[in-house]
Design a binder for this molecule. Structure first.
Ligand code: EPS
Length: 388
Protein backbone atom coordinates (compact mmCIF):
# COMPACT_ATOMS: atom_id res chain seq x y z
CA UNK A 1 0.00 0.00 0.00
CA UNK A 2 1.34 3.46 -0.84
CA UNK A 3 2.42 5.58 2.13
CA UNK A 4 0.55 8.59 0.75
CA UNK A 5 -2.73 6.78 0.32
CA UNK A 6 -6.03 8.24 -0.78
CA UNK A 7 -9.47 7.48 -2.04
CA UNK A 8 -12.18 9.56 -3.66
CA UNK A 9 -15.94 9.03 -3.54
CA UNK A 10 -18.76 10.75 -5.34
CA UNK A 11 -20.98 10.71 -8.41
CA UNK A 12 -20.91 13.42 -11.06
CA UNK A 13 -24.45 14.60 -10.27
CA UNK A 14 -24.56 13.40 -6.68
CA UNK A 15 -24.36 15.67 -3.65
CA UNK A 16 -20.61 16.14 -3.96
CA UNK A 17 -17.18 14.57 -3.88
CA UNK A 18 -15.20 13.37 -0.89
CA UNK A 19 -11.46 12.72 -0.72
CA UNK A 20 -9.68 11.04 2.18
CA UNK A 21 -5.87 11.15 2.37
CA UNK A 22 -3.65 9.41 4.88
CA UNK A 23 0.11 9.52 5.37
CA UNK A 24 0.43 13.30 5.50
CA UNK A 25 2.90 14.14 8.32
CA UNK A 26 1.82 16.30 11.25
CA UNK A 27 2.73 19.97 11.28
CA UNK A 28 2.33 20.73 7.57
CA UNK A 29 0.86 24.21 7.07
CA UNK A 30 -2.29 23.58 5.04
CA UNK A 31 -5.27 25.79 4.31
CA UNK A 32 -8.24 25.30 2.03
CA UNK A 33 -6.98 28.10 -0.22
CA UNK A 34 -3.85 26.08 -1.05
CA UNK A 35 -6.04 23.37 -2.55
CA UNK A 36 -8.65 25.68 -4.05
CA UNK A 37 -6.13 27.37 -6.32
CA UNK A 38 -5.71 24.18 -8.39
CA UNK A 39 -9.43 23.42 -8.18
CA UNK A 40 -10.10 26.73 -9.93
CA UNK A 41 -7.35 26.12 -12.53
CA UNK A 42 -8.93 22.76 -13.41
CA UNK A 43 -12.14 24.52 -14.40
CA UNK A 44 -10.50 26.73 -17.03
CA UNK A 45 -9.55 26.23 -20.66
CA UNK A 46 -11.10 26.92 -24.04
CA UNK A 47 -13.57 24.17 -24.99
CA UNK A 48 -15.20 23.47 -21.61
CA UNK A 49 -18.95 22.84 -21.60
CA UNK A 50 -21.93 24.14 -19.61
CA UNK A 51 -21.11 22.34 -16.36
CA UNK A 52 -18.13 24.54 -15.62
CA UNK A 53 -20.45 27.59 -15.64
CA UNK A 54 -22.50 25.95 -12.87
CA UNK A 55 -19.68 24.77 -10.61
CA UNK A 56 -17.30 26.84 -8.52
CA UNK A 57 -15.18 24.04 -7.08
CA UNK A 58 -13.75 24.52 -3.62
CA UNK A 59 -12.91 22.19 -0.73
CA UNK A 60 -14.02 22.18 2.84
CA UNK A 61 -11.68 20.38 5.26
CA UNK A 62 -13.74 18.09 7.48
CA UNK A 63 -10.93 16.25 9.32
CA UNK A 64 -7.18 16.14 9.81
CA UNK A 65 -6.35 19.85 10.04
CA UNK A 66 -6.38 22.13 13.08
CA UNK A 67 -5.43 25.82 13.15
CA UNK A 68 -3.88 25.64 9.68
CA UNK A 69 -1.65 22.65 10.48
CA UNK A 70 -2.12 18.96 9.67
CA UNK A 71 -2.51 16.62 12.63
CA UNK A 72 -0.97 13.49 11.08
CA UNK A 73 -4.43 11.88 11.10
CA UNK A 74 -6.43 11.07 7.94
CA UNK A 75 -7.39 14.24 6.15
CA UNK A 76 -10.88 14.50 4.74
CA UNK A 77 -12.10 16.98 2.12
CA UNK A 78 -15.56 17.74 0.80
CA UNK A 79 -16.42 19.36 -2.56
CA UNK A 80 -20.05 20.34 -3.10
CA UNK A 81 -21.64 19.74 -6.51
CA UNK A 82 -23.65 22.88 -7.23
CA UNK A 83 -25.47 20.94 -9.96
CA UNK A 84 -26.94 18.62 -7.29
CA UNK A 85 -29.98 20.85 -6.91
CA UNK A 86 -30.91 20.03 -10.53
CA UNK A 87 -30.48 16.30 -9.96
CA UNK A 88 -31.62 15.67 -6.41
CA UNK A 89 -34.85 13.84 -7.30
CA UNK A 90 -33.04 11.60 -9.81
CA UNK A 91 -29.79 10.98 -7.90
CA UNK A 92 -31.08 10.90 -4.32
CA UNK A 93 -29.84 7.94 -2.21
CA UNK A 94 -33.42 7.62 -0.95
CA UNK A 95 -35.34 4.53 -2.27
CA UNK A 96 -37.93 6.96 -3.64
CA UNK A 97 -35.50 8.52 -6.14
CA UNK A 98 -36.97 8.92 -9.65
CA UNK A 99 -34.75 6.38 -11.40
CA UNK A 100 -37.09 6.29 -14.41
CA UNK A 101 -35.99 9.81 -15.37
CA UNK A 102 -32.78 10.70 -17.24
CA UNK A 103 -31.93 7.06 -17.85
CA UNK A 104 -29.09 6.16 -20.22
CA UNK A 105 -29.60 3.10 -22.41
CA UNK A 106 -27.62 3.97 -25.56
CA UNK A 107 -23.92 3.69 -24.56
CA UNK A 108 -21.39 6.18 -25.89
CA UNK A 109 -18.54 4.46 -27.77
CA UNK A 110 -15.32 5.09 -25.86
CA UNK A 111 -17.01 5.73 -22.50
CA UNK A 112 -17.33 3.16 -19.71
CA UNK A 113 -21.12 2.98 -20.27
CA UNK A 114 -21.47 -0.43 -21.98
CA UNK A 115 -18.63 -2.39 -20.39
CA UNK A 116 -19.44 -0.99 -16.95
CA UNK A 117 -23.12 -1.83 -17.43
CA UNK A 118 -22.33 -5.43 -18.36
CA UNK A 119 -19.80 -5.85 -15.56
CA UNK A 120 -21.99 -4.34 -12.81
CA UNK A 121 -25.31 -5.68 -14.13
CA UNK A 122 -26.85 -2.25 -14.71
CA UNK A 123 -29.22 -1.56 -17.60
CA UNK A 124 -29.55 2.10 -16.61
CA UNK A 125 -26.07 3.06 -17.71
CA UNK A 126 -26.37 6.27 -15.71
CA UNK A 127 -25.26 4.12 -12.77
CA UNK A 128 -21.91 3.74 -14.59
CA UNK A 129 -21.63 7.18 -16.18
CA UNK A 130 -21.98 8.94 -12.86
CA UNK A 131 -18.76 7.51 -11.46
CA UNK A 132 -16.83 7.13 -14.72
CA UNK A 133 -17.27 10.85 -15.46
CA UNK A 134 -14.20 13.05 -15.33
CA UNK A 135 -16.02 15.04 -12.65
CA UNK A 136 -14.09 12.75 -10.26
CA UNK A 137 -10.90 14.57 -11.23
CA UNK A 138 -12.01 17.53 -9.09
CA UNK A 139 -11.43 15.32 -6.04
CA UNK A 140 -8.06 14.11 -7.38
CA UNK A 141 -6.95 17.69 -7.79
CA UNK A 142 -7.87 18.29 -4.13
CA UNK A 143 -5.67 15.34 -3.11
CA UNK A 144 -2.92 16.61 -5.42
CA UNK A 145 -3.16 20.00 -3.72
CA UNK A 146 -2.23 18.40 -0.39
CA UNK A 147 0.67 16.49 -1.98
CA UNK A 148 1.87 19.66 -3.68
CA UNK A 149 1.81 21.58 -0.37
CA UNK A 150 4.09 18.94 1.17
CA UNK A 151 6.52 19.02 -1.78
CA UNK A 152 6.47 22.81 -1.75
CA UNK A 153 8.05 22.73 1.74
CA UNK A 154 11.11 21.18 0.08
CA UNK A 155 11.25 23.56 -2.89
CA UNK A 156 9.68 21.24 -5.48
CA UNK A 157 7.65 22.99 -8.20
CA UNK A 158 5.24 21.25 -10.56
CA UNK A 159 3.63 22.80 -13.63
CA UNK A 160 2.14 21.74 -16.94
CA UNK A 161 1.48 23.07 -20.41
CA UNK A 162 -0.63 21.98 -23.35
CA UNK A 163 1.67 21.10 -26.26
CA UNK A 164 -0.80 19.66 -28.78
CA UNK A 165 -4.52 19.85 -29.64
CA UNK A 166 -5.63 17.55 -32.45
CA UNK A 167 -2.91 17.86 -35.12
CA UNK A 168 -1.79 21.36 -33.97
CA UNK A 169 1.33 21.38 -31.81
CA UNK A 170 4.22 23.45 -30.51
CA UNK A 171 7.90 22.50 -30.54
CA UNK A 172 8.60 24.64 -27.51
CA UNK A 173 10.70 22.95 -24.82
CA UNK A 174 8.24 23.23 -21.95
CA UNK A 175 10.73 21.85 -19.42
CA UNK A 176 12.98 24.89 -19.96
CA UNK A 177 10.27 27.20 -18.56
CA UNK A 178 10.41 28.19 -14.92
CA UNK A 179 6.85 27.15 -14.13
CA UNK A 180 5.68 30.65 -13.33
CA UNK A 181 2.03 31.36 -13.93
CA UNK A 182 2.75 33.52 -17.02
CA UNK A 183 0.77 31.34 -19.43
CA UNK A 184 -1.50 29.67 -16.90
CA UNK A 185 -4.49 31.89 -17.60
CA UNK A 186 -4.13 31.74 -21.41
CA UNK A 187 -7.01 30.04 -23.28
CA UNK A 188 -5.31 26.65 -23.47
CA UNK A 189 -2.53 26.95 -20.88
CA UNK A 190 -0.02 26.87 -23.77
CA UNK A 191 3.14 29.02 -23.58
CA UNK A 192 3.44 29.36 -27.41
CA UNK A 193 0.88 32.01 -28.43
CA UNK A 194 1.11 31.32 -32.15
CA UNK A 195 0.54 27.59 -31.71
CA UNK A 196 -2.22 28.27 -29.21
CA UNK A 197 -4.07 30.30 -31.86
CA UNK A 198 -3.96 27.33 -34.24
CA UNK A 199 -5.13 25.02 -31.45
CA UNK A 200 -8.11 27.26 -30.57
CA UNK A 201 -9.07 27.38 -34.28
CA UNK A 202 -8.98 23.59 -34.39
CA UNK A 203 -11.28 23.35 -31.34
CA UNK A 204 -13.69 25.79 -33.02
CA UNK A 205 -13.75 23.59 -36.14
CA UNK A 206 -14.52 20.55 -33.99
CA UNK A 207 -17.31 22.38 -32.20
CA UNK A 208 -18.84 23.43 -35.52
CA UNK A 209 -18.95 19.88 -36.77
CA UNK A 210 -20.30 18.48 -33.48
CA UNK A 211 -17.01 16.76 -32.74
CA UNK A 212 -14.51 16.66 -29.85
CA UNK A 213 -10.71 16.73 -29.78
CA UNK A 214 -7.85 15.43 -27.69
CA UNK A 215 -4.22 16.43 -27.39
CA UNK A 216 -1.04 16.22 -25.36
CA UNK A 217 0.07 17.98 -22.19
CA UNK A 218 3.49 17.95 -20.57
CA UNK A 219 3.94 17.94 -16.81
CA UNK A 220 7.26 19.01 -15.29
CA UNK A 221 8.56 18.69 -11.72
CA UNK A 222 11.66 20.66 -10.70
CA UNK A 223 13.72 20.70 -7.53
CA UNK A 224 13.76 16.93 -7.01
CA UNK A 225 16.67 15.24 -5.23
CA UNK A 226 18.59 12.29 -6.65
CA UNK A 227 17.12 9.05 -5.32
CA UNK A 228 13.31 8.97 -5.36
CA UNK A 229 12.04 5.58 -6.51
CA UNK A 230 14.18 2.47 -6.80
CA UNK A 231 15.71 0.15 -9.40
CA UNK A 232 15.40 -2.84 -7.06
CA UNK A 233 11.85 -3.97 -7.81
CA UNK A 234 9.29 -3.45 -10.58
CA UNK A 235 6.72 -1.84 -8.34
CA UNK A 236 9.17 0.65 -6.84
CA UNK A 237 10.39 2.07 -10.16
CA UNK A 238 9.22 5.66 -10.29
CA UNK A 239 8.70 5.72 -14.07
CA UNK A 240 6.18 2.86 -13.77
CA UNK A 241 4.41 4.59 -10.90
CA UNK A 242 4.21 7.88 -12.80
CA UNK A 243 2.92 6.16 -15.96
CA UNK A 244 0.26 4.22 -14.03
CA UNK A 245 -0.88 7.37 -12.26
CA UNK A 246 -1.21 9.29 -15.53
CA UNK A 247 -2.96 6.45 -17.35
CA UNK A 248 -5.51 6.24 -14.54
CA UNK A 249 -6.81 9.71 -15.43
CA UNK A 250 -10.04 9.53 -17.44
CA UNK A 251 -9.40 9.62 -21.25
CA UNK A 252 -5.58 9.29 -21.11
CA UNK A 253 -4.17 6.89 -23.69
CA UNK A 254 -0.41 7.36 -23.73
CA UNK A 255 2.50 8.42 -21.52
CA UNK A 256 6.09 9.27 -22.49
CA UNK A 257 8.91 10.23 -20.14
CA UNK A 258 11.69 12.47 -21.48
CA UNK A 259 12.20 11.58 -25.15
CA UNK A 260 9.38 9.03 -24.76
CA UNK A 261 8.30 7.50 -28.08
CA UNK A 262 10.69 9.79 -30.02
CA UNK A 263 13.66 8.06 -28.39
CA UNK A 264 12.81 4.79 -30.11
CA UNK A 265 13.94 6.19 -33.48
CA UNK A 266 17.30 7.50 -32.25
CA UNK A 267 20.67 5.79 -31.94
CA UNK A 268 21.88 5.28 -28.37
CA UNK A 269 24.50 7.99 -28.82
CA UNK A 270 21.68 10.55 -29.12
CA UNK A 271 19.28 9.06 -26.63
CA UNK A 272 21.20 9.33 -23.35
CA UNK A 273 22.62 12.07 -21.16
CA UNK A 274 26.39 12.03 -20.69
CA UNK A 275 27.66 12.51 -17.14
CA UNK A 276 30.11 15.23 -16.07
CA UNK A 277 31.68 16.17 -12.75
CA UNK A 278 32.41 19.69 -11.57
CA UNK A 279 35.39 19.53 -9.18
CA UNK A 280 34.75 22.94 -7.70
CA UNK A 281 31.03 22.51 -7.06
CA UNK A 282 31.65 18.79 -6.27
CA UNK A 283 28.62 17.97 -8.36
CA UNK A 284 27.66 15.34 -10.94
CA UNK A 285 25.67 16.87 -13.75
CA UNK A 286 24.29 16.36 -17.25
CA UNK A 287 24.02 18.84 -20.09
CA UNK A 288 20.93 17.26 -21.62
CA UNK A 289 17.76 15.73 -20.15
CA UNK A 290 16.71 13.11 -22.67
CA UNK A 291 15.89 10.70 -19.83
CA UNK A 292 13.33 13.17 -18.49
CA UNK A 293 14.79 13.05 -14.99
CA UNK A 294 14.64 9.29 -14.43
CA UNK A 295 17.29 6.59 -14.81
CA UNK A 296 16.63 3.04 -13.63
CA UNK A 297 13.34 4.19 -12.13
CA UNK A 298 15.21 6.63 -9.85
CA UNK A 299 15.20 10.44 -10.03
CA UNK A 300 18.57 11.80 -11.16
CA UNK A 301 18.12 15.39 -10.03
CA UNK A 302 17.13 16.71 -13.48
CA UNK A 303 13.58 17.96 -14.12
CA UNK A 304 11.05 15.14 -14.32
CA UNK A 305 9.30 15.54 -17.69
CA UNK A 306 6.14 13.58 -18.49
CA UNK A 307 4.11 13.82 -21.71
CA UNK A 308 0.52 12.55 -21.63
CA UNK A 309 -1.81 11.93 -24.59
CA UNK A 310 -5.54 12.45 -24.08
CA UNK A 311 -8.07 10.99 -26.48
CA UNK A 312 -10.98 13.12 -27.72
CA UNK A 313 -13.84 13.12 -25.20
CA UNK A 314 -16.26 10.33 -26.03
CA UNK A 315 -19.47 12.34 -25.66
CA UNK A 316 -20.03 13.89 -29.11
CA UNK A 317 -22.73 16.36 -30.14
CA UNK A 318 -22.86 14.47 -33.47
CA UNK A 319 -23.25 11.13 -31.75
CA UNK A 320 -21.61 7.92 -32.99
CA UNK A 321 -23.46 4.72 -33.85
CA UNK A 322 -24.48 2.55 -30.92
CA UNK A 323 -27.10 0.05 -29.78
CA UNK A 324 -29.85 0.35 -27.15
CA UNK A 325 -28.99 -2.10 -24.35
CA UNK A 326 -32.66 -3.00 -23.75
CA UNK A 327 -34.11 -3.28 -27.28
CA UNK A 328 -30.79 -4.14 -29.01
CA UNK A 329 -31.88 -1.77 -31.78
CA UNK A 330 -29.30 0.34 -33.62
CA UNK A 331 -29.32 3.99 -32.50
CA UNK A 332 -26.90 6.83 -32.27
CA UNK A 333 -25.35 7.14 -28.82
CA UNK A 334 -27.13 9.23 -26.24
CA UNK A 335 -26.23 12.89 -26.15
CA UNK A 336 -25.12 14.29 -22.84
CA UNK A 337 -23.85 17.76 -22.03
CA UNK A 338 -20.07 17.69 -22.40
CA UNK A 339 -16.82 19.53 -23.12
CA UNK A 340 -15.46 19.70 -26.67
CA UNK A 341 -11.90 19.82 -25.36
CA UNK A 342 -10.58 19.31 -21.82
CA UNK A 343 -6.82 18.94 -22.42
CA UNK A 344 -5.92 22.07 -20.36
CA UNK A 345 -7.90 20.64 -17.43
CA UNK A 346 -6.15 17.31 -18.05
CA UNK A 347 -2.82 19.07 -17.49
CA UNK A 348 -3.91 20.31 -14.06
CA UNK A 349 -5.07 16.78 -13.16
CA UNK A 350 -1.71 15.46 -14.45
CA UNK A 351 0.10 17.87 -12.10
CA UNK A 352 -2.01 16.52 -9.23
CA UNK A 353 -1.22 12.89 -10.09
CA UNK A 354 2.50 13.64 -10.40
CA UNK A 355 2.44 15.44 -7.03
CA UNK A 356 0.71 12.42 -5.46
CA UNK A 357 3.30 9.94 -6.81
CA UNK A 358 6.17 12.20 -5.73
CA UNK A 359 4.71 12.76 -2.25
CA UNK A 360 4.47 8.99 -1.87
CA UNK A 361 8.10 8.53 -2.98
CA UNK A 362 9.08 11.36 -0.64
CA UNK A 363 7.46 9.63 2.34
CA UNK A 364 9.22 6.41 1.35
CA UNK A 365 12.63 8.10 1.25
CA UNK A 366 12.38 10.70 4.02
CA UNK A 367 9.47 9.29 6.05
CA UNK A 368 8.61 10.85 9.35
CA UNK A 369 5.57 11.39 11.51
CA UNK A 370 6.06 15.14 11.54
CA UNK A 371 7.23 17.62 8.94
CA UNK A 372 10.17 18.53 11.20
CA UNK A 373 11.31 14.89 11.33
CA UNK A 374 10.98 14.61 7.58
CA UNK A 375 13.02 17.76 7.11
CA UNK A 376 15.83 16.40 9.31
CA UNK A 377 15.88 13.20 7.24
CA UNK A 378 15.90 15.18 4.00
CA UNK A 379 18.70 17.49 5.09
CA UNK A 380 20.98 14.75 6.35
CA UNK A 381 20.43 12.84 3.09
CA UNK A 382 21.28 15.94 1.07
CA UNK A 383 24.52 16.34 3.11
CA UNK A 384 25.36 12.73 2.31
CA UNK A 385 24.66 13.21 -1.45
CA UNK A 386 26.99 16.26 -1.51
CA UNK A 387 29.75 14.13 0.05
CA UNK A 388 29.39 11.24 -2.41
C1 EPS B 1 -16.69 17.34 -15.60
C2 EPS B 1 -18.02 17.34 -15.35
C3 EPS B 1 -18.93 16.63 -16.25
C4 EPS B 1 -18.44 16.66 -17.69
C5 EPS B 1 -16.99 16.26 -17.86
C6 EPS B 1 -16.08 16.64 -16.74
O1 EPS B 1 -20.14 17.29 -16.09
P1 EPS B 1 -21.52 17.01 -16.88
O2 EPS B 1 -21.53 15.55 -17.22
O3 EPS B 1 -22.57 17.41 -15.89
O4 EPS B 1 -21.50 17.92 -18.06
O5 EPS B 1 -18.56 17.97 -18.19
O6 EPS B 1 -16.88 14.89 -18.03
C7 EPS B 1 -16.93 14.35 -19.28
C8 EPS B 1 -16.90 15.06 -20.37
C9 EPS B 1 -16.99 12.89 -19.34
O7 EPS B 1 -17.21 12.37 -20.45
O8 EPS B 1 -16.88 12.28 -18.32
C10 EPS B 1 -15.74 18.05 -14.71
O9 EPS B 1 -16.09 18.50 -13.59
O10 EPS B 1 -14.56 18.16 -15.11
Amino acid sequence: MPLFSWVTAGESHGKGLTAVVSGVPAGLPLEERHVNRDMARRQLGYGRGGRMKIEKDAVEFTAGVRAGLTLGSPLSMWVRNRDWENWETVMSPDPGAQTDRRTLTRPRPGHADLVGGIKYDQTDLRNVLERASARETAARVAVGGVARRLLDEFGVTIFSAVTQIGPESTDMDVASLDGSDAFDQSPLRCPDEEAEGRMVDFIKQCQKSGDTCGGVFTVVAKGLPVGLGSHTSWDRKLDGRVAAAMMSIQAMKGVGIGLGFDGAALPGSQAHDEIFYDNEARDFHRETNRAGGLEGGITNGMPLVVHVAMKPISTLARALRSVDVNTKEAFTAQKERTDSCAVPAGGVVGEAMLAIVLADAWLEKFGGDSLAEMRRNYESYQDYVRSF
